[in-house]
Design a protein around this ligand. Structure first.
Ligand SMILES: [Zn+2]
Length: 372
């Protein structure tokens, strides 16, 4: 199989061992799943299906960020306990994702389950002089990690811009370098707090994924990824925290999924221009929605249009009209396309063509997670 690796910046051979460990950054459960989420998780789902089809065992972990600035703010606004909000949104997320055919992940650990591991990782970073305490918080010292910036390949000015955009507070006077990032911070009055040797507080954003990935999958994982907007700062910071403590490569292969836009801008909570999966499912069959997503290559950014869902529904009808049976040609075509950097648009075009020539396609569609 050939697969693009963000760190190397090119499509490379991906030839893992018998068991493939995967970690996909999950949601902060404070609002419904939108199409940007669905695009990420469907990509990891198709990748997992093809790896299993190739005979691998897959262990896919998808975390849940159940404590961070966003969920605490939303819980405050609604006047509810943050973990009640998390539980409600997680149930909705799971039901939306299973509707569009996602295989269950092997585990879905929550950030709040990893406080001991987070504390021990921060302790190790302090011990090895990769972190420092200042103003009641603990920060990672980016100057201590010579490879900071290697994953994203960004200039310092661009890193600063993105850190500011993603709540990294480069202006925080307690930092030695504006790019240093928080590992542990004191909680505000009405926020949850855990005891630590640096005082009661809560984890920074990036540390939970490092701690959970290590706990669930070990020091080195085969595939790690998520939406492309996580490359910097989130994944860059994860690499720094992990590798400075373990001295092992954290990730063998990075998979990042393009962003879904609407009306010319990125779909995002802060802009309020979200298309929710649950809303689409009121109008379209779940498999039509899945096909609409698979119609775009995972690496590119794209714009959602209602026509995508219409095209998905029409395609579903065409494939259903194909005769039942083995479908060896279709299966071979889909496998070939997926092994070429998950070329799902190519796979869909091949199945359209074969279905049009009265070849069976159901088995090949199932490899894409599309149940006819
Ligand atoms: Zn993460």
């Amino acid at each position: 199989m050939r697969l693009f690796d963000t760190a190397r910046g090119e499509v490379v051979d991906f030839a893992p061992g018998p068991t493939v460990t995967m970690y996909c950054c999950g949601i902060t459960p404070y609002d419904s799943a939108h199409l940007g989420h669905a695009a990420v998780y469907v990509t990891f789902d198709v990748l997992q299906r093809r790896l299993r089809d190739l005979g691998h065992e897959t262990r896919c972990v998808r975390n849940v960020t159940d404590v961070d600035d966003d969920i605490l703010r939303k819980a405050r606004e609604l006047g509810v306990y943050y973990l009640d909000l998390a539980a409600e949104e997680m149930a909705r997320f799971d039901s939306d994702m299973s509707a569009i055919g996602l295989l269950p992940v092997s585990s879905e650990p929550r950030a709040t389950s990893a406080i001991p591991e987070i504390l021990s990782l921060i302790g190790a970073a302090l011990e090895s002089n990769n972190a420092y305490e200042s103003g009641g918080s603990v920060y990672f010292d980016v100057s201590s990690f010579p490879f900071f910036g290697r994953l994203s390949g960004l200039e310092r000015s661009e890193m600063l811009r993105l850190a500011a955009e993603h709540g990294g507070h480069p202006e925080d006077p307690n930092k030695r370098d504006p790019l240093d990032f928080v590992l542990w911070q004191p909680s505000l009055e009405d926020e949850p707090a855990w005891e630590s040797r640096w005082g009661p507080g809560r984890p920074g954003w990036h540390i939970e994924c490092s701690a959970l990935a290590r706990r669930e999958l070990g020091d080195t994982i085969d595939i790690h990824g998520g939406g492309r907007d996580l490359v910097f700062p989130h994944h860059e910071c994860e690499v720094a925290q992990c590798e400075s403590v373990t001295h092992e490569p954290f990730v063998r292969h990075w998979v990042h999924v393009g962003l879904v836009g609407l009306d010319g801008t990125k779909m995002s909570k802060s802009l309020g221009n979200l298309v929710f999966v649950a809303d689409l499912l009121k109008e379209y069959e779940p498999m039509a929605v899945r096909l609409a997503l698979l119609g775009h290559h995972y690496r590119g950014d794209w714009e959602w249009r209602q026509a995508d869902a219409e095209a998905g529904a029409a395609r579903l009808a065409r494939w259903r009209a194909a005769p039942p049976g083995e479908g060896a040609a279709a299966l071979a075509a889909v496998r070939r396309r997926l092994d070429d950097d998950l070329d799902t648009p190519g796979a869909l075009a091949d199945l359209d063509d074969l279905a049009g020539r009265d070849e069976p396609v159901a088995e090949a569609a199932a490899l894409l997670g599309v149940a006819l």
